[in-house]
Each structure stands twice: as structure tokens, then as C-alpha cells.
Design a binder for this molecule. Structure first.
Ligand code: IMP
Ligand code: MG
Length: 194
């Protein structure tokens, strides 16, 4: 229980790692790269819930703001669980809600909030790859490259994050902190009281 954490998160944030503006700039750069690669092609973004809910929305709109992008863009979401409620990956990935749009013959771009050991993205690439997409790539906003257990291709990478548990901009600790507009490290007390 961390019921003492109020929605203002006062006193629980140790430091800001990336501010809202840095995140927006990085997403703009990712949109540039994506627009260049999918010019005049239909594109399906599949965001990985819940963490990628904001990055998927912001990336989709950043793409729309650029000229000469994909001919069509649709947005879908898939929901998996890989962490339970601990701050370490269980290594076990469960599919909680599948994508609803067809994948076969489509250019699919998986959008993830963060990659750590790589097992979540490996699972999703295998799952969607079996459905015969025309192309399948991954875009990850935050990269923690220190503890990879599997080498999984990530074609579009945003910002490298230190080897720490981070929250905000969609990432949670026990379902809290997702709505912080920036990426942050928590005070250690938040974990010890958890
Ligand atoms: P992986 O399977 O270890 O690559 O982890 C991917 C998933 O774990 C992400 O989609 C996140 O939901 C979660 N995750 C990894 N690192 C963090 C973190 O620092 N904070 C919050 N969630 C994380
Ligand atoms: Mg995630």
C-alpha cells in the first residue's frame, strides 16, 4: 500500500530525469525519422498499454504535424503485463488485451514506453510477426540498455535512461505516477513503504 501518495506526488519525487520539453523534442525527432521511412505508405501504430498511452498519442500527432508523411495512419493498442506490481521484471509477459485492427499486410509500428530486459518487446514482435504484417518495426521512447536478456531490434529509439526505476509520462509505480508530465526518479522511501 502506498496510499499516502497524494495525486500531487508532493515529497515523492527525487529528481526529474527528462522534462516535458525534452520528451516532446525527442518525440518530434522520432516522428521525423518515421515520416521519412513511411512516406506515402499506410501505417498502423500499435501502442503497448498502459505505459505507452501518452507516447503513442503524442507520436501520432507529431507525425500529423509533418509534411509528406504516411498516406494513412491508424492507432491501435495492445495491453500486456510484464511487471506485476514489483519494480523488477518478472520475465513473464501476459497478453491482457489484443489489438483489434488487422495486422496481416499492414505496416505495423509497435510503440513502447520503455525497454529494459527486452522480453516484453520480444514477446510482442513474435506475437504480431506470426500474423504476417507487411512490415514490423518498434519505436521505444525510453531505453535502459543495461540489463538486456534478449537482443530485440528497436528501429526508433528516443532517450537513454540511467539504470534506475523511473516513473511518469505513462510509466507507473503500483499504478501511480503515470500522469506526471515528465520522467522522474522516486524517493527511496516510496519503495520501502510499498
Ligand atoms: P522489459 O520487458 O524488461 O523490456 O520491460 C518492458 C516493460 O517493463 C515496459 O513496458 C514497462 O511497462 C516496464 N518497465 C521497465 N522499466 C521500467 C521502469 O523503470 N519504470 C516503470 N516501468 C518499467
Ligand atoms: Mg510498457
Amino acid at each position: 500500500m502506498i496510499a499516502r501518495v497524494a495525486a500531487t506526488y508532493e515529497g515523492t519525487i527525487a529528481r526529474e530525469i527528462f522534462g516535458a520539453q525534452e520528451i516532446a523534442t525527442s518525440i518530434g525527432r522520432l516522428a521525423d525519422e518515421i515520416v521519412r521511412d513511411y512516406r506515402n505508405m499506410p501505417l498502423t501504430l500499435i501502442g503497448v498499454l498502459k505505459g505507452a498511452l501518452f507516447v503513442t498519442a503524442d507520436l501520432a500527432r507529431a507525425i500529423a504535424a509533418l509534411p509528406d508523411g504516411p498516406s494513412e495512419l491508424s492507432i491501435d493498442y495492445i495491453c500486456v503485463s510484464s511487471y506485476g506490481n514489483a519494480s523488477r521484471s518478472s520475465g513473464e509477459v501476459r497478453l491482457l488485451k489484443d489489438a483489434t485492427e488487422p495486422v496481416a499486410g499492414h505496416n505495423v509500428l509497435l510503440v513502447e514506453d520503455i525497454i529494459d530486459n527486452g522480453l516484453t518487446l520480444e514477446y510482442l514482435r513474435a506475437l504480431l510477426g506470426e500474423r504476417n504484417p507487411a512490415t514490423l518495426r518498434s519505436c521505444v521512447l525510453f531505453d535502459k540498455p543495461f540489463r538486456r536478456l534478449v537482443q530485440v531490434p528497436v528501429e526508433y529509439v528516443g532517450l537513454q535512461v540511467p539504470d534506475e526505476f523511473v516513473v511518469g509520462y505513462g510509466l507507473d509505480y503500483q499504478e501511480l505516477f503515470r500522469n506526471l508530465p515528465y520522467l522522474a526518479q522516486l524517493q527511496p522511501e516510496v519503495f520501502t513503504n510499498g
